[in-house]
Design a protein around this ligand. Structure first.
Ligand SMILES: Cc1cc2nc3c(=O)[nH]c(=O)nc-3n(C[C@H](O)[C@H](O)[C@H](O)COP(=O)(O)OP(=O)(O)OC[C@H]3O[C@@H](n4cnc5c(N)ncnc54)[C@H](O)[C@@H]3O)c2cc1C
Ligand code: HEM
Length: 405
């Protein structure tokens, strides 16, 4: 909670900071990377920097947090903090790095707002920063401790033992441990960070959802090739598709991620689009492994049957469950798919959840591009599903978080 001294100052300056937060974030990053270029070598995702998404995510989260401190001082925005903390630990962030971000961020606030930043204003925003930073540091410490790891020990080398061409644009990688140490267990829906050296010698991290339950020796994930045009091709996905072969070694973090399956008996509805199938495949694999009796419905949208990644795997897993069903929406249904339309399991066009009868009291997991998430979530809420029963994963900085608080 904010001190009595800072509360009115934050109240008074929130609008002007909010108005300039994107500029503040932009200058903050530029200043920080000029002073510490090593942060772009192995920690920050330069793809997100290039198109501005990370700046917006950070700006949105700080503005949302300050707004909450003012409007709902007794509530902690747990969803926002959890998401950020899991992302941070999957990158091996350490507490001492918070001072670096603090110093450059405070510099940027003064640089953008100038004389408006009196010592009182600076002190109040300093307090907001450290309130949020300390909540994150504590959460991150808890996450490291829970798996008996530290920022230095989350990384481990694996050997690629299989490459599976799932669709024209998606390849699965099966990797095996290279030593006898125990493999950290993953929760259904979690991701790992993959760290690779790019052709220019710079290390880059990217997250990939695990698509199979643990077997104590392997991890499996599926990567969609990111075609650029007019922007550059995705650097990690292109490298993985073109250059990483069976026998090669890769470095992965331990699994993290806050969007995980709850262990309940309630019906489960998963809604995905495109490569958003990956966390759902991981969850289904866990459900099969644990012999779950839950009612499970997978709703998936894709361009066509041919572009639906991991289709065989999820279909087989649904068939192994006591009560698993698949409903698909294809923009261009093939003949076989059109035949399925008569049975009410295949639909044309974008996903419309009102096409199907959803189970009562279900838990919902969504994953796909933002427009898909927004439209499906809105339709579910309009249909009476409580917001607390809908969780979602976004394959990028979560620009949507601020809207939820
Ligand atoms: C929790 C989580 C789970 C994920 N799970 C999966 C998964 O299971 N499977 C999967 O395939 N992906 C997954 N992702 C996405 C994955 O982490 C990568 O973001 C994705 O593979 C693209 O990385 P890349 O290096 O190929 O692309 P990047 O090089 O990061 O490029 C990303 C985008 O930025 C654009 N860009 C790059 N440089 C510039 C520039 N200079 N100017 C303008 N635009 C530019 C590119 O054209 C591209 O559109 C997940 C992400 C998260 C956060
Ligand atoms: C109070 C301080 C901080 C806040 C509020 C904050 C906030 C955020 C947010 C909102 C995200 C995006 C999460 C997502 O949706 O995926 C993020 C990611 C990230 N943060 Fe922080 N962060 C803080 C401190 C730090 C520090 C100290 C570092 C390290 C120097 C750091 C490094 C990163 C990195 C590398 C990412 C992932 C970037 C990417 O993938 O593009 N953060 N942070």
């Amino acid at each position: 909670m904010l001190s009595d001294t800072s509360l009115p100052v934050i109240q008074a300056t929130l609008p002007v900071v909010g108005e300039h937060i994107e500029e503040i974030a932009k200058r903050f990053y530029k200043h920080m990377f000029e002073a510490q270029p090593d942060l772009l070598d192995g920690l920050f995702n330069r793809g997100n920097q290039a198109d501005g998404r990370q700046q917006q995510a950070l700006a949105g989260s700080i503005a949302a947090f300050a707004g909450m401190l003012v409007e709902k001082p007794d509530q902690v925005p747990d969803h926002l903090l959890s998401r950020v903390a899991h992302k941070h630990v999957s990158l091996g962030l350490s507490p001492d790095q918070y001072q670096i971000v603090h110093d450059h961020l405070m510099w940027a606030i003064v640089d953008v707002l100038g004389d408006a930043v009196t010592p009182e204003v600076a002190a109040a925003w300093d307090e907001v920063y450290w309130l949020m930073a300390n909540l994150l540091i504590n959460k991150e410490r808890g996450l490291y401790n829970a798996v008996h790891l530290s920022p230095e020990t989350i990384w481990r080398t694996w050997r690629v033992v299989q490459r599976i061409q799932e669709t024209a644009d998606v390849v699965s990688f099966v990797v095996e441990r290279t030593d006898e140490r125990d493999v950290k267990p993953s929760l259904p829906g979690q991701y790992v960070t993959l760290k690779m050296t790019m052709p220019d010698g710079v290390q880059q991290p990217r997250q990939y959802s695990l698509t199979k339950a643990d077997d104590g020796q392997h991890r499996q994930f599926a990567v969609k090739r990111v075609h650029g045009l007019p922007t550059p091709d995705g650097e990690m996905s292109t490298l993985l598709h073109n250059d990483v072969q069976v026998g090669d070694e890769v470095v992965l973090s331990a699994p993290f991620g806050d969007v995980v399956l709850e262990y309940t008996d309630r019906p489960l509805v998963m809604a995905s689009a495109g490569i958003g199938i990956t966390p759902m495949a991981g969850m289904l694999s866990h459900l099969v492994q644990s012999g779950s009796r839950r009612q499970v419905m997978l709703l998936h949208a894709d361009d066509s049957e041919a572009t639906f990644p991991l289709r065989a795997q999820v279909t087989e897993d649904l068939a192994k469950l006591a009560d698993g069903t698949l409903k698909t929406w294809f923009l261009t249904p093939a003949e076989a798919a059109e035949a399925g339309e008569a049975t009410g399991s295949v639909f044309s066009g974008f996903m419309d959840v009102s096409d199907v009868e959803l189970p009562d009291d279900a838990e919902y997991y969504l994953c796909g591009p933002l427009p898909f998430l927004k439209s499906v979530r809105s339709a579910l809420i309009a249909g009476g599903v409580p917001a607390k029963d809908i969780q979602y994963e976004v394959f990028g900085p979560d620009l949507w978080l601020a809207d939820f608080q």
